[in-house]
Structures are given as structure tokens and as C-alpha cells.
Ligand binder design. Structure first.
Ligand code: ADP
Length: 455
């Protein structure tokens, strides 16, 4: 196992759960793996076929993810192929039957459609189990509530599976929410913020709910001199692939996209994901926002919502849904809405949604206990007030800070090229009279950037 990991993938150690899962697969035990995006699930199914020298079949509805993986595996010298519905399929199928692949990818439809007349069942993965009795099955997912986990086990008829559930806590991600009003003033602000961010920190994805927004925002960014690309389902395949490629190679600084973008992108250094409009569920929000910071470095997830987003239930429901499905869609949207309006810890709320309790009561923000790199580098997490203000949202603190500046209790100055904020003489006078025992008043100087981003 270790030598294959090193030889084909260039890593010297397994992540703890990877080793356990691979060992269970090699013992022919079924496995269910529930791990956060970016935790390295792919190796769990890519390594066992290489160890035993038999073909591993990967079934996924995400065609672009499969095609990406096939490409990367081939580059590593692994015999991988995607079995779709193209002309080359006959050759792939013939080779597959001879066991010439290490890993063969296909959609559920392909996996279940056996081209002989006695097998008419379609899209029913549980049928696979009946004919592949001696083959271990592994189910992997990034986002699953307890119900979904149970459904996976039942739908592929897993037999006493080994279950490996990881933490969903992406502790290098900062979660922020802002409300906005559609209009040119807001768009200008957004462009300004994004251009400051990409100049300092790096790649950004902006997810929009409509193609119209994708086009408008990308145009505004481009006009401001930012290298922004677009990606949505109505572009032709070649244009989508080109856009994807440019982004992965850092030739684009920003990708403005609908949620059609992202499945299968393995770009570890995305530093920011902005949702322009409330997402349709917390499951999709967690997955989409989780595309930043895969390399473990501090990254930020901003969700911008307008109240009109909350009325989009019908838009997400579509026409063909029955009452039960409609209810599920609306409930998901309501959970996302609650997240937008939250005044307590967002990380805690997200984790609880996925059935996980945050061990500490505070997730760690500065006043709000942030554990971002800048805060940790400056050792602000060691200050006694770190986390004291977590009962209020970061928007609340920002508004307060701006008010205190405008009333002259805090002063903002530029020194060494940075805007910094500290307590003004007026503020010190107030503190001395309000808290005579507090001596000397705690005078803390922070950069305005910190107030703006991660109070
Ligand atoms: P997931 O499928 O869980 O979202 P991936 O399988 O795409 O995650 O892996 C995410 C990143 O982690 C990839 O860049 C991958 O190369 C890296 N990775 C996976 N396993 C290891 C490991 N054992 N050591 C170092 N990096 C790893």
C-alpha cells in the first residue's frame, strides 16, 4: 500500500482514515466513507485495485469529475478509462472485459444497463450487488445527514459495512455572511472587494444563481482590470473546458460561475468562495464553499444574500416535483435562510446541520474568536478578549466599529502604508470614566482590514 502511494501518487504517508478504509477493502469488507471535501477520499478507491491487480469500477453521476480523474490517473501511469456512450466505448468495453484497466469509471445508468434482454432494470445499483457477490463495495460522500447515510447503505445493499465518518469542520475556513441590495452601488463595492482580495490573497470563485448575474459580474470585474472567466451550463463544452483550464492554471484570477462549475476541480489554492445569492441548501453551500482552502491554508467563504432570495422556493422546486419533494426543497432552502440570518456561530450551525457537535462552545474568532492566519500570526488568539464578542455577528461588530469611528471614539490612521484603528483620546476619556478600575485602558491597534474581514 505504502509503496503504491509513493510510486503513483508521490505521498509518503496515508491520512489515518485512508489506511483503515483501504485495509478493510482489501479484506473484502464493504465500507461507507463520509469525509469532508478535500480530505482525500479518492485514494480510498484508487489504491485497492492497484494493490490486488484487478479492475476497480467507480460509479458516479458526475461525468466531469470522472473525466478529470481519468486524465490525472493516466498521467500517473495508471490504466484508467471512462466508459460513457461514445463510439470508442466498444474498444473500452472489450478491453475492460479482458481486465486491462486498473480503474474503470462509469455512470450509474451505464453500470446497470446490461445489454441483454433478460436484464431490464435500470438505475438500480442494488442489482449489482446480486451479481457481484464477492466484490467489496465502497460508498463515499462529502455531505450526508444520517438519513442519507442509511439510504446509501440500503441502496447498494451493503453488508455490515465498516463506517468511517470524519469531522466536517474545515477549521481553516472563515464563514461570513453579508446582506446586499441589488444595484450598481453594491456591484461597485463587490468589484472593489474582489480586486483587493485577489491582489493580496489569490483565486476566487463567485457563484451566482443566474447566468445573467454571471455575465454582469464578470463584465464588471473585467472592466476593473481583473482577469475573470465564466462557466455555466449553457456554454459549449469546449468553452467550459477552456475556462476551467485557465482557472486551474491561475491564468484567471476569478471564476464567475453557476453551480455547474466545480465538480471535480482539484485546485488546492482557491482562497475565497463568494456566493452571490443564497444557495438552495446548506448541503450545496457546504460543498461549494468547501472548494476553497483545500491545501489547509486560511481561506474565506462569503455568502451574500438579499431577502428576495428566500422567496425562490418555486424557482428551485421546478414543475415536475410532487408534494413531498417540494417540501424537501423548501425545507432545505429554509435551513440556508436560517444560516444567512444567524447571529451565533456559523461554523457550529453548519456542523450541527450535519449531525456533528462542535467540541468547544466557541469556534474561535477574534473578538468573535477568528483563528485565521493573520490573527494567529499576531497571537491575538492569546488575548483575554479573544472570543468574548462571539454572541454578536461580525456584521454587528463591523457596524459598531464604523459608528465608533464616526463618533470619534476610535481613530483610523494610515501608518507604514496600512490603515490602522485604535482608541482615540476621546475614546480613552470615555473608557476612563466608564471603567475607572480598568487601568490602563486596553489600547489595541488593529488594521482596518481586520475590522473589515475578520473582527
Ligand atoms: P475528496 O475526494 O475527499 O474531496 P480528494 O481525493 O480530491 O478529496 O483529495 C484532496 C486533496 O488531498 C488532493 O489534492 C489530494 O492529492 C490530496 N491528498 C489525498 N491524500 C493525500 C495524502 N495521503 N497525503 C497528501 N495529500 C493527499
Amino acid at each position: 500500500m505504502e509503496s503504491i502511494l509513493k510510486r503513483y501518487f508521490g505521498f509518503s504517508t496515508f491520512r489515518p482514515y485512508q489506511k483503515e478504509v483501504i485495509e478493510k477493502i482489501l479484506e473484502k469488507r464493504d465500507c461507507l466513507v463520509v469525509m469532508a471535501t478535500g480530505s482525500g477520499k479518492s485514494l480510498c478507491y484508487q489504491i485497492p485495485p492497484l494493490v490486488v491487480g484487478k479492475t476497480g469500477v467507480v460509479v458516479s453521476p458526475l461525468i466531469s469529475l470522472m473525466q478529470d480523474q481519468v486524465m490525472t490517473l493516466k498521467q500517473r501511469g495508471i490504466r484508467a478509462e471512462y466508459l460513457g456512450s461514445t463510439q470508442t466505448d466498444q474498444t473500452v468495453q472489450t478491453k475492460a472485459e479482458k481486465g486491462q484497466f486498473n480503474i474503470l469509471y462509469m455512470t450509474p445508468e451505464k453500470a446497470c444497463l446490461i445489454p441483454t434482454s433478460f436484464w431490464v432494470e435500470y438505475k438500480q445499483l442494488d442489482k449489482l450487488r446480486d451479481i457481484l457477490i464477492d466484490v467489496p463495495f465502497i460508498g463515499l460522500t462529502a455531505t450526508a445527514t444520517e438519513k442519507v447515510r442509511a439510504d446509501i447503505i440500503i441502496s447498494v445493499k451493503m453488508n455490515d459495512p465498516y463506517v468511517s465518518i470524519g469531522s466536517f469542520d474545515r477549521n481553516n475556513l472563515f464563514y461570513g455572511v453579508k446582506s446586499f441590495n441589488r444595484g450598481s452601488i453594491f456591484l461597485d463595492e463587490l468589484v472593489q472587494e474582489v480586486s483587493n482580495f485577489v491582489a493580496r490573497s489569490g483565486s476566487t470563485i463567485i457563484y451566482c444563481t443566474t447566468i445573467k448575474d454571471v455575465e454582469q459580474i464578470s463584465r464588471s470585474l473585467q472592466e476593473a482590470g481583473i482577469r475573470a472567466g465564466i462557466y455555466h451550463g449553457q456554454m459549449d463544452k469546449r468553452a467550459r473546458e477552456e475556462s476551467h483550464r485557465l482557472f486551474v492554471r491561475d491564468e484567471l484570477q476569478v471564476m464567475v460561475a453557476t453551480v455547474a462549475f466545480g465538480m471535480g476541480i482539484d485546485k488546492p489554492n482557491i482562497r475565497q468562495v463568494i456566493h452571490y445569492g443564497c444557495p438552495k441548501s446548506l448541503e450545496s453551500y457546504y460543498q461549494e464553499s468547501g472548494r476553497c482552502g483545500r491545501d489547509g491554508i486560511a481561506s474565506v467563504c462569503w455568502l451574500y444574500y438579499t431577502r428576495s432570495d428566500f422567496a425562490k422556493g418555486d424557482f428551485y422546486c421546478g414543475e415536475s416535483q410532487n408534494a413531498k419533494q417540494r417540501r424537501a426543497v423548501l425545507e432545505s432552502l429554509m435551513a440556508a435562510q436560517r444560516y444567512c440570518l444567524l447571529t451565533t456561530c456559523r461554523r457550529k450551525f453548519l456542523l450541527e446541520h450535519f449531525g456533528e457537535k462542535l467540541s468547544a462552545d466557541r469556534c474561535g474568532n477574534f473578538l468573535r474568536g477568528s483563528r485565521s492566519k493573520k490573527i494567529l500570526d499576531a497571537q491575538f488568539d492569546k488575548l483575554p478578549l479573544h472570543g468574548l464578542g462571539k454572541a454578536y455577528s461580525s456584521n454587528w461588530w463591523k457596524a459598531l466599529a464604523h459608528q465608533l469611528i464616526s463618533y470619534g471614539y476610535l481613530k483610523e490612521i494610515v501608518s507604514d502604508g496600512y490603515r490602522t484603528i485604535s482608541v482615540s483620546p476621546k475614546g480613552e476619556g470615555f473608557l476612563a470614566s466608564a471603567m475607572p478600575d480598568c487601568q490602563p485602558p486596553l489600547v489595541l491597534s488593529v488594521t482596518s482590514e481586520m475590522i473589515d474581514e475578520e473582527v
